[in-house]
Design a protein around this ligand. Structure first.
Ligand code: NAD
Ligand code: GLY
Length: 359
């Protein structure tokens, strides 16, 4: 059964449609593509799995159609691939009414979203997320970006999609490691916002890991509800939206310092979440019981709970480039128990440095 969560942003509001069998169904494309040109951009693996089905379903609605395939991997969130997309759009004759469709995980969503934000000063795009991570997080909220060699997601724009189509059946082919990476972001919502959801995950983790459809659908829907609520309140991250970055300042540093792709984004976020929780515990804001519950749930999900060994100056340089920082101060999201979190700009340097040095 299909359900819909709405992201309420005035005239830029949009639906997140969640359910099985969406990709192959023409009626899910028709309202958005009616008579318009459409360009489907898919990652290589997903193009092979779902490209033909999506193509058959969207072609009756659109006037003209192109598919572009991008190699798999985080390294594609770069200027060269962005430039290639722009070049193909121009050569094919895309115009301002052309709709881009991003079929794949968060890499494709972020890349195509940024291409849509920048092509001819902004064209419409639809997110068709096919990883758990993309279905619960990256396809929602309009953050689009590419990476820079000096830091993660540093070049980007806010550009909301006109619709998100989350086909839960696509998760059947997702490798276990990618499924676990998505669970890191699901667990994040429980920690920052919803203790009952966190407790539900503790009780139902085995069902999520064996891809029980009802459990996964519930987790995706609840995650989208939480993200939609936060984005509606603070689209441009002037305040509360930063909470969605729990574990990410550490995580982004891990991703950039280890070379994009060695650690999956969700894995880096998991290790980063344990670092943030340990820091909160040392600062007297999180009980040892809650620190244990967070670490255990991430570990049981198959995620790393310890960071790689990295030099302290590397950590501090990478974390110093995070977008949340202000006035040269590292900004960190810290859990305050399970179900609440806060933005912190006053973390004692010696406490942070001891943590990053493994002490
Ligand atoms: P990904 O996009 O690299 O996808 C993972 C891999 O799985 C890819 O090789 C992909 O081709 C393959 N794949 C995708 N769907 C599949 C399927 N159904 N079956 C088999 N294989 C499939 O990784 P991801 O974890 O989805 O996304 C990570 C990216 O998302 C990072 O760049 C991160 O920065 C970004 N992100 C963005 C936001 C945001 O708000 N914009 C939020 C969280 C993460
Ligand atoms: N993934 C963090 C955000 O969308 O704000």
């Amino acid at each position: 059964m299909t359900s819909t969560v709405r992201v309420e942003l005035g005239d830029r509001s949009y639906p997140i449609v969640i359910g099985p069998g969406l990709l192959d169904s023409p009626r899910h494309y028709e309202p958005w593509l009616r008579g318009r040109q459409a360009v489907l951009v898919a990652s290589a693996t997903v193009s092979g799995l779902h490209g033909p089905g999506v193509e058959r379903a969207l072609q009756p609605s659109c006037s003209r159609y192109l598919r572009i395939v991008v190699p798999d991997g985080e390294a594609q969130k770069c200027w060269e691939t962005l430039d290639r997309l722009h070049g193909e759009l121009i050569a094919w004759g895309a115009d301002r009414r052309t709709v881009l469709l991003a079929l794949g995980g968060g890499v494709i969503g972020d890349l195509v979203g940024f291409a849509a934000a920048t092509f001819q000063r902004g064209v419409d795009f639809i997110q068709i997320p096919t990883t758990l991570l993309a279905q619960v997080d990256s396809s929602v909220g309009g953050k689009t970006a590419i990476n820079h060699a000096l830091g993660k997601n540093l070049i980007g724009a806010f550009h909301q999609p006109i619709a998100v189509l989350s086909d839960t059946e696509t998760l059947n082919t997702l490798p276990d490691r990618e499924l676990a990476a998505g669970l890191a972001e699901v667990i994040k919502y429980g920690i920052i916002h919803d203790s009952a959801f966190f407790a539900w995950m503790e009780a139902h983790l085995h069902e999520l890991l064996r891809r029980d459809a009802a459990a996964l659908t519930f987790a995706i829907r609840r995650s989208c509800e939480i993200k939609a609520e936060i984005v509606a309140q603070d689209e441009r991250e002037h305040g509360r939206r930063a909470l969605l970055n729990l574990g990410h300042t550490f995580g982004h540093a891990i991703e950039s310092l280890t070379g994009y792709g060695a650690w999956l984004h969700g894995e880096a976020v998991a290790a980063g979440t344990v670092l943030a929780s340990t820091l909160a515990h040392r600062m007297g804001r999180l009980s040892s019981d809650d620190l244990g519950r967070i670490t255990r749930l991430l570990e049981q999900a198959g995620l790393p709970v310890r960071p790689p060994s990295l030099p302290l100056d590397g950590w501090l340089t990478a974390m110093g480039r995070d977008k949340k920082n202000e006035g040269g101060r590292i900004t960190l999201i810290l859990p305050e128990g399970i179900g609440a979190a806060s933005v912190n700009r006053e973390v004692p340097a010696n406490t942070l440095e001891a943590l990053l040095s493994g002490r």
